[in-house]
Design a protein around this ligand. Structure first.
Ligand code: SF4
Length: 407
């Protein structure tokens, strides 16, 4: 095969895994490239802070193969040996960039009021059966001061899209803990006014989790995702531009979702200069219009975790507790597929059931469960905060070619 030696890409690693035996010559060339990727990766310091290498990858990947040969389509459907190879490659790439360390964050779900109406979420505003709550500041303080597990390096404040909770609860609490504790602080509070993002950042928050769920504008509209896709993208762009470490994500296995929609969403996510990205399996939520739909296929979801890792090696990719709702070993398998962030749920037990993204009966990740999963995956908890690690990368927004920025 006459292929130019144009450097090495994670896409080439992936493609090398899925070549059929009847195309051995071509496969051998890809495998040589995959070896070259690994050797190039070895030159990245353990912290993965060599931005040049990653930027080089980002710039080269898309022009490598025609769309119909997109390795991600094979990867998402991989089973058996192909799946084992895919995960092993993803695990290897994670190790080359981050070592064996898994970031551990604690999440406090501070309020379940939401002005949005997403069809897949039990906290949608039209779910009248849900008991709504906002935690008192004192309760949040108590959780942080009295029951913070020692392995936690980051705190994440989560709520429905509720500007009241943001202003009256999250902002003052963040101001306090930023003064008093050495913790990375991130929030997941929805699309709000730019001034509120700025206030949160001034208070000490550094990470913003804001998911797209789907990058297909029509699917976004049909699912009643927050606002419009355009506004969501504009919010992400603003957050990246103003120095936040932004993590986004998608849902896999949504009703009527096509493979092309997934690939287009992955492409869109990769164009956003993110620090991290998650993939959640679709779980039909109680009290939602999608409650009788079929749940996502966990294997495909975990394959998507591996795809995220291979396509964007230095992203923070969380293992999400919803994976354990599909299969009790889902969390560990996500870490084996290349995820590198685990979350301990710190919401006081009286309110956990009402923070109903999917069902009242949830799979709660305690410190014990998280540490066991990390150990079973052959890894160890990171002593470093994920937002601190991500902040030390130069902003890709300033390095990417203009054609990759949002319109
Ligand atoms: S997914 Fe988020 S924005 Fe949408 S209804 Fe649920 S809590 Fe609200």
């Amino acid at each position: 095969m006459d292929a130019p030696n144009q450097g090495v890409t994670s896409q080439q690693i992936g493609y090398a895994l899925f070549m059929s035996d009847d195309d051995l010559e071509r496969a051998a060339w890809f495998r040589r490239q995959a070896r070259a990727v690994r050797s190039e990766l070895r030159r990245i310091p353990a912290t993965g802070k060599n931005a040049d290498v990653s930027v080089d990858w980002v710039g080269k990947e898309e022009r490598f193969l025609p769309a119909e040969q997109d390795w991600r389509k094979s990867a998402l459907a991989a089973g058996g040996d192909a799946q084992a190879s895919l995960w092993a490659s993803a695990e290897r790439v994670r190790e080359e960039v981050f070592g064996k360390r898994i970031f551990v964050r604690g999440v406090i779900e501070v309020a379940n009021f939401c002005r949005q109406n997403c069809s897949y979420c039990g906290m949608r505003r039209e779910n009248g059966a849900l008991r709504r709550f906002r935690l008192a500041r004192e309760i949040v303080r108590r959780v942080i001061n009295e029951s913070l597990p020692p392995s936690v390096t980051d705190l994440n404040f989560q709520a429905g899209e509720d500007p009241v909770a943001l202003k009256e609860l999250v902002l003052p609490v963040i101001e306090e803990i930023a003064r008093e504790k050495r913790l990375g602080i991130s929030v997941c509070l929805g699309t709000v006014d730019h001034r509120l993002y700025d206030e949160l950042r001034r208070a000490g928050a550094r990470g913003y989790i804001i998911k797209l769920e789907t990058g297909d504008p029509e699917q976004y509209r049909l699912l009643q995702c927050p606002g419009t896709l355009e506004k969501r993208l504009e919010a992400i762009q603003y957050l990246v531009r103003t120095g936040w470490c932004v993590s986004s994500g998608l849902i896999l296995g949504l009703p009527n979702q096509t493979l092309n929609q997934v690939i287009a969403t992955l492409d869109l996510l990769r164009s956003l200069s993110l620090s991290g990205c998650s993939v959640s399996p679709f779980i039909p939520g109680e009290g939602t219009p999608l409650s009788s739909e079929k749940a996502a296929d966990l294997d495909q979801t975990l394959n998507a975790v591996a795809v995220l890792r291979l396509s964007s090696p230095r992203w923070i990719v969380p293992a999400v507790s919803a994976m354990n709702l599909c299969d009790s070993s889902g969390y560990v398998r996500a870490l084996r597929a290349g995820a590198n962030l685990a979350t301990i749920n710190l919401t006081p037990s009286e309110w956990r059931g009402d923070y109903q993204l999917y069902r009242r009966k949830r799979w709660i990740m305690t410190e014990e469960r998280v540490l066991r999963a990390i150990e079973q995956a052959g890894c160890e908890p990171s002593p470093e905060s994920w937002v601190a690690a991500s902040s030390s990368f130069p902003s890709l927004a300033s390095l990417l070619p203009a054609s990759r920025s949002l319109p």
